[in-house]
Design a protein. Structure first.
Length: 392
């Protein structure tokens, strides 16, 4: 079995030039493309929300087949897969044999810790199918655009809910935001078309049933939603027809405890719920805020004609890490132009354009940066992940 942990520490570094907001001659950023088991293989690193450097999954996904490269295990006819939030397990929904669908949950030793066979109401090729794995072995299957079925850790069916809006004009596929163990879960309609308006809503899923609307708007769509790992807080980012983006935070009693709006229009949003942080980013700018207080923690402005497609804030290193380029959400491809790190302590910008020509990703995990050590980051969720080291 190949030791990818050792490979990662032995990569050839790429030398880069530093460009700073002030002179920063000793600063640089080094980028490595993480290799697969073969010379031409591309791998994808998957992580949980509570990622640690030892708990990522090295995978190859050539649709419809998924290979766990660390263990040389291949699943064929895969419909969906998911890591648990703490990253210690990975679940795969696949067609075991013609017309027979199963879910396997694999542990970090490459062993099948649990298998649920003979799942019904599954259709191979259904684009709305999605698997969600929780920390305690519970899993949820979205089996149509608004339907969710839940299973307990022993694989017993526990609930089925339908989040359909009943709008005759249509709606987007429903999404799920869940605490680590599923103690509190929310299902939401990102966009409902009704009488020509764009509406949205989010409902609490608790005690195996929908418990009512947690938030509803007749004039905003939901860009994204997230919960803290303990489920005590819910974050919602919504956008109106003018491109104004608003973030709202609710406690577990359903009370709104904070609200703030992005300064610029048409921004993308990334939540870091455990830090009570939101990042608004678009074009050359990434702004970081503490949601509770509304305090702006960073205002990162990049030089040149660049566009931020992935952003991350790290309080320990006091940096904003960004990937720039162009992103096609339909083909799930990123044409990167560079990695840019804003050093908030030194007030310096550290950049490199030494990046792969294309990064591909899948719907199962949005590309994101994760911290693996002091001044060390990985871009996970792309088919050719990157290891990033900041020298300062």
């Amino acid at each position: 079995m190949i030791s990818y942990k050792k490979l990662i520490s032995a990569f050839l570094f790429i030398s880069v030039t530093t460009f700073g907001m002030k002179a920063a001659q000793a600063q640089s950023v080094q980028v490595e493309e993480i290799p697969g088991p073969g010379s031409t293989d591309k791998v994808m690193l998957l992580k949980g929300a509570a990622f640690s450097a030892d708990d990522f999954w090295v995978t190859k996904f050539e649709q419809p087949n998924l290979t766990l490269a660390e263990f040389d295990i291949t699943y064929r006819n895969v419909l969906s897969f998911s890591t648990s939030p703490e990253g210690l397990h990975l679940a795969v929904l696949y067609e075991k044999e013609e017309g027979v669908f199963s879910v396997d949950i694999i542990n970090r030793d490459g062993e099948v810790a649990f298998r649920k066979s003979a799942l019904d109401n599954i259709e191979f090729g259904d684009q709305s199918l999605k698997l969600y794995l929780l920390n305690n072995g519970r899993f949820i299957i979205r089996d149509n655009i608004a339907g969710f079925r839940g299973f307990d850790p022993s694989g017993r069916f526990s609930f089925e809910v339908f989040n359909a809006s009943a709008s005759e004009e249509g709606e987007a596929v429903s999404e799920l935001a869940a605490a680590g163990n599923g103690d509190r879960m929310y299902v939401y309609n990102p966009r409902i078309i009704r009488e020509g308006r764009n509406e949205s809503r989010i409902q609490l899923l608790y005690d195996n049933d929908l418990q009512g609307v947690a938030w509803y708007s007749q004039e905003e769509t939901i860009q994204t939603a997230a919960t803290t790992s303990d489920g005590k807080f819910l974050y919602i980012a919504s956008e109106n027809s003018s491109g104004n983006v608003t973030v709202r935070k609710f406690n577990d009693e359903g009370e709104k405890v904070a609200e703030l709006s992005a300064e610029n229009e048409n921004v993308s949003v990334k939540f870091q719920p455990e830090d009570d942080v939101v990042i608004f980013y678009a074009d050359r700018t990434a702004q970081v805020y503490r949601v509770d207080s509304g305090e702006r923690l960073a205002n990162a402005f990049l030089r040149g004609n660049v566009n931020i497609v992935v952003a991350h804030y790290d309080e320990a290193d006091n940096v904003v890490v960004t990937l720039t380029g162009s992103r096609n959400r339909q083909t799930r491809a990123i044409q990167p132009s560079g990695i840019h790190i804003v050093d908030l302590t030194a007030r310096a910008l550290i950049s490199t354009d030494s990046v792969p020509s294309q990064l591909n990703y899948f719907e199962y995990q949005d590309p994101t940066f994760v911290r693996t050590g002091a001044n060390q980051y990985m871009l996970c969720g792309t088919k050719n992940p990157l290891n990033i080291s900041i020298n300062r």
